[in-house]
Design a protein around this ligand. Structure first.
Ligand code: 2AM
Length: 174
């Protein structure tokens, strides 16, 4: 039997940050399936199908990587039509966060995990299955994220939908 788990690294949102996203979802109406409050997050790196050995090696490597405290401004609505997602996006500016992204991509390469074809694109997915959507005329209130921890998530798909389980957390600030 395969021991592969679908994993990704990301940042959880504070209650206040979640509330801002829920308010924005409400204001946007029903462009697709709203991401549930418990699933709201900002992805750092999608790892894809990961074995126990790869997970163990990744967790060990992450204990020695610099995990800076950072702020991330998200201020632009983006509709990725192909993927059918509507996101709140921002520009990656914090050098520590950008370094961390590259460090993770390099770990993914070393460990044979999924590597992104794109540069870091900070975003929070608000809606999925949003294939046909006309963007509103207005711009959203900017949200400044101030994450406390980096998390390793497992994505579990079940009859009730997808659920992201936190497998491990590393406090930021080292
Ligand atoms: P998202 O961050 O844009 O929402 C688990 O599937 C998480 O990893 C999702 O939140 C998803 O998108 C993100 N992700 C990033 N790249 C992915 C990819 N190539 N395939 C699937 N999910 C990906």
């Amino acid at each position: 039997m395969s021991d592969l788990q679908r994993l990704f690294l990301g940042f959880a949102l504070s209650d206040q940050e979640c509330e801002s996203m829920l308010k924005l979802q409400k204001r946007l109406g029903e462009p697709g399936k709203a991401v549930a409050k418990a699933n709201l997050h900002m992805t750092l790196a999608f790892l894809g199908p990961t074995s126990q050995a790869q997970r163990h090696a990744l967790e060990t490597a992450l204990t020695t990587v610099s995990l800076p405290i950072f702020e991330q401004r998200l201020d632009t609505l983006v509709h990725w039509r192909g993927a059918g997602v509507l996101c709140l996006c921002g520009e990656a500016r914090d050098p520590g966060l950008i370094d961390l992204y590259h460090e993770c991509q390099s770990l993914c390469q070393t460990l044979g995990l999924h590597q992104s074809e794109h540069s870091f694109n900070p975003h929070i997915t608000l809606f999925r299955k949003a294939k046909h959507y006309r963007m509103p005329e207005w711009q959203p209130e900017p949200v400044i994220l101030r994450p406390q921890t980096l998390q390793l998530y497992r994505s579990n798909s079940g009859p009730a939908g997808v659920r992201y389980e936190v497998l491990k957390s590393w406090p930021l600030g080292r």
